[in-house]
Design a protein around this ligand. Structure first.
Ligand code: HMH
Length: 207
């Protein structure tokens, strides 16, 4: 049987829940997150998104031509996102030249490593990374300011649609993947789930 994105979510539902339902997000929704925790997340996520942009560019470089349109749309959104991160950091007077924390570096190293894997692994990994934020920021429900803007960035309808399009690309690539490669996809999915969970926890420990 061929694995699909939907089957990955079902098979590893607990790991996925741990990646997308986290005290960090619950406390944003309650308005009880400490500014230091939130700011740590913001700076580290900016550093992550820089490396993530390189990752998406590499996925694009490996993609079949009929996947270009969607991936280029994703890169275009990242252009805006990097500018937005800078504006948010400036508002809060945060230093974006901070050192990446270990968890952030480990995630970025994994992104780099995954670009030497088959395209189907890369595109499924990309889908999982985007879905993690789409669901993570959406699931808690309406957030108070100043967090509503952040929840909207990844929880909005256009982003949800983009993630669905990525799922289609991944499912298409998965439909012809052999068993060895499917196993690689599964382990990459689990790796992303655990890195996502660690990323939230990293921000929480900054008190
Ligand atoms: C850690 N995962 C992390 N940061 C992000 N910005 C995304 C996913 C979504 O782009």
């Amino acid at each position: 049987m061929t694995i699909t994105c939907d089957l990955l979510l079902k098979k590893y539902s607990q790991a996925w829940r741990d990646a997308t339902v986290h005290p960090f997000l619950t406390q944003c929704q309650l308005g009880t997150i400490y500014p230091k925790q939130f700011n740590t997340w913001l700076v580290q996520d900016y550093l992550f998104v820089i490396e993530f942009t390189r990752f998406v560019a590499r996925v694009l470089a490996n993609a079949p031509i009929h996947h270009f349109d969607i991936l280029l749309g994703g890169l275009n959104a990242l252009k805006d996102e990097l500018i937005w991160f800078k504006a948010k950091a400036e508002e809060r007077q945060l230093d974006l030249l901070a050192e990446p924390q270990l968890t952030c570096s480990q995630y970025c190293e994994y992104l780099e490593l995954s670009t030497s894997m088959p395209y189907v692994v890369q595109v499924t990994t990309l889908w999982a990374i985007e879905l993690a934020y789409n669901q993570g920021w959406q699931l808690p429900g309406t957030m108070p300011e100043p967090y509503a803007e952040f929840a909207h960035r990844w929880g909005n309808q256009d982003f949800t649609e983009y993630v669905k399009l990525l799922e289609r690309l991944a499912d298409e690539a998965l439909s012809t993947a052999n068993e060895t490669i499917q196993a690689q996809v599964e382990s990459s999915f689990l790796k992303i789930a655990s890195l996502e969970q660690d990323f939230w926890s990293m921000a929480m420990t900054a008190i």
